[in-house]
Design a protein around this ligand. Structure first.
Ligand code: FES
Length: 107
């Protein structure tokens, strides 16, 4: 894959440190999380029963689903109890005051 698949999502100023925002890009609901000066992107849909993670609680690098409390590491998408259960992860970068999310056109 040689082409640049980073898609602009929002202004950097719209997501503060320690906060989460859901965005919709190419039909996918993606949770953006700003933590430790970086922005992480994971699927906004909990793999347990499909609740939106946006309404959950963020502690350090763990987001807790608001429905039944499953916790996921935003750095790799892993469910803390069963590492094989993961959220899809999307690489993000900040450039020129905007947050870009990598969405492969082939996926
Ligand atoms: S739907 Fe997320 S923990 Fe149940």
């Amino acid at each position: 894959m040689s082409q640049d698949d980073f898609v602009p999502s929002m202004k950097e100023s719209e997501i503060k440190e320690g906060k989460m925002r859901a965005v919709r890009i190419k039909g996918r609901s993606i949770l953006l999380v700003r933590q430790g000066g970086q922005v992480f992107g994971v699927s906004n849909q909990c793999p347990h029963m499909g609740c939106s993670l946006e309404g959950g609680i963020l502690r350090d690098y763990l987001v807790m689903c608001p429905c039944h409390g499953w916790k996921f590491d935003i750095r790799n998408g892993q469910y803390e109890e069963i590492k094989e259960v993961t959220l899809a992860c999307y690489r993000c970068k900040i450039e020129n005051g905007k947050v870009y999310v990598e969405i492969s056109l082939e996926k």
